[in-house]
Design a protein around this ligand. Structure first.
Ligand code: HEC
Length: 146
């Protein structure tokens, strides 16, 4: 009985890990509508998700900003790579902490950024419940990222 339980727990763990890896690309489909499949963005409208996200992910303030952009949305004015953006990204409703982590890790693939975990995202979510998209936008200047 114990042995069967252990096997079951082991299997569940495997499936969960696999699902998380797949989730990043699957969740990113909803981002691609604006940021494009490549993450190149559209000048003046939708920012790129390349070196800007990698440099944001290198600091605690930047990591908090990245998670809250997805959870709470973001609106300008913000400056990204020297270019002004005055758009509005709606909060990506319905994503749980593991899915937010997975989609950010998908965006950061190929960079040297430390991967996001679901529990890291949970902490940012809990501390950001009072922020609207404009307040998230104002956080960007304090991250020191370009
Ligand atoms: C409806 C269009 C839309 C969708 C869908 C969308 N975004 Fe955005 N995103 C934007 C806009 C517009 C901005 C810039 C807001 C501004 O102009 O102030 C932005 C900004 C960002 C930023 C900030 C970049 C920086 O350097 O400050 C990140 C990160 C980001 N989006 C990631 C995502 C991810 C990940 C998803 C999917 C889970 C997603 N976005 C879905 C429109 C969108």
């Amino acid at each position: 009985m114990m042995r069967r339980l252990a096997i079951l727990v082991g299997l569940t763990g495997l499936t969960a890990g696999h699902a998380a890896a797949q989730d990043g690309a699957a969740v990113y489909k909803r981002c691609a509508a604006c940021h494009l499949a490549t993450g190149a963005g559209v000048p003046g409208a939708f920012p790129p998700l390349k070196s800007n996200t990698a440099s944001l992910a290198a600091t605690p303030a930047g990591r908090r900003y990245l998670a809250l952009v997805v959870i709470r949305g973001v609106s300008g004015p913000i400056t990204i790579g020297g270019k002004p953006f005055r758009g509005m990204m709606p909060a990506q409703a319905g994503l749980n902490d593991a899915q937010v982590a997975a989609v950010l890790n998908h965006v950061l693939k190929g960079s040297s950024a430390k991967p996001f975990s679901a529990s890291e995202v949970a902490g940012y979510r809990a501390g950001g419940t009072a922020l609207n998209s404009a307040a998230v936008g104002r956080l960007r200047a304090g991250t020191g990222a370009k």
